[in-house]
Design a protein around this ligand. Structure first.
Ligand code: UDP
Length: 236
């Protein structure tokens, strides 16, 4: 039995690069597609936002002399590349899906609207929301909160390479302790790097719970959907 009927799944671009730092690792991509197929088979309605950090980040570009807005637009194009890669991998495993873009770019994908997304979800298609919010100075974390709220998802599942929210960065601090649940306010107060502040605030204001888990372990997405407590719940 699925715990959630409709989800917004946030995938990081960086994870798609696996250990390589940049680019798209096809093994990782196919693993993600398989994991998504598993929960699609359970009848879960799935909207996805994928980042672009494996290709380009506007802020990092600005540090190297790029114009910030153009750099962010490059970052948004990077999310489109990843979205198309994921769409193609889902096609290959027989999962019907549709890419909607926050910036007009037919025929790559139709222009996003809430109603197109919900209609596609109801018809059993996985909806991949590309190009973040369509605006610079945002991240795909905020894009995920926005799309999660808009499509009326029951939860945002934030797939990362760590298995939840910790008191400190577990990759740097061996004493870091994991929360099984935590409030939005506590995340903000402790300045924990779960998602950026605007993304957390948007979830808090609109009552969208966030579940942080390790998406890089194959089978974890299904475990979360079946209610196994393997990550951290961020909620009121
Ligand atoms: N971006 C943007 N507006 C958005 C979403 C993304 O300008 O609404 C740009 C921004 O430059 C960001 C890049 O796209 O750095 C890639 O997204 P993100 O850093 O969120 O990717 P992730 O870290 O999840 O791989």
């Amino acid at each position: 039995m699925a715990k959630y009927k409709r989800i917004l799944l946030k995938l990081s671009g960086e994870s798609l690069a696996a250990g390589n730092g940049t680019g798209i690792d096809t093994n990782r991509l196919n693993e993600y597609a398989q994991q998504i197929k598993e929960i699609h088979d359970l009848g879960v309605e799935i909207a996805i936002v994928i980042g672009g950090g494996n290709i380009f980040r506007g802020l990092a570009g600005a540090g190297k002399g790029f114009d910030r807005v153009k750099g962010d637009q490059m970052g948004m194009c990077a999310t489109v590349i990843n979205s198309l890669a994921l769409s193609s991998a889902l096609d290959a495993c027989g999962v019907s899906n549709q890419v909607l873009t926050a910036i007009r770019m037919e025929p790559i994908g139709e222009f996003y609207t809430k109603w197109k997304a919900i209609a596609a979800l109801r018809e059993g298609r996985v909806v991949i929301c590309a190009a973040g919010t369509g605006s610079p100075y945002f991240t795909t974390d905020t894009g995920s909160s926005l799309r999660g709220v808009e499509v009326e998802a029951d939860v945002m599942l934030k797939g990362t390479r760590v298995d939840g929210v910790y008191t400190a960065d577990p990759e740097k601090d061996p004493k870091a302790e994991k929360f099984s649940e935590i409030s939005y306010d506590e995340v903000l107060r402790r300045n924990l790097r779960v998602m950026d502040t605007s993304a957390i605030a948007m979830c808090r204001e609109n009552g969208l719970p966030i579940y942080v888990f390790n998406m890089d372990v194959v089978g974890n997405l299904k475990r979360v959907i079946e209610g196994e407590d393997i990550g951290t719940l961020v909620h009121p």
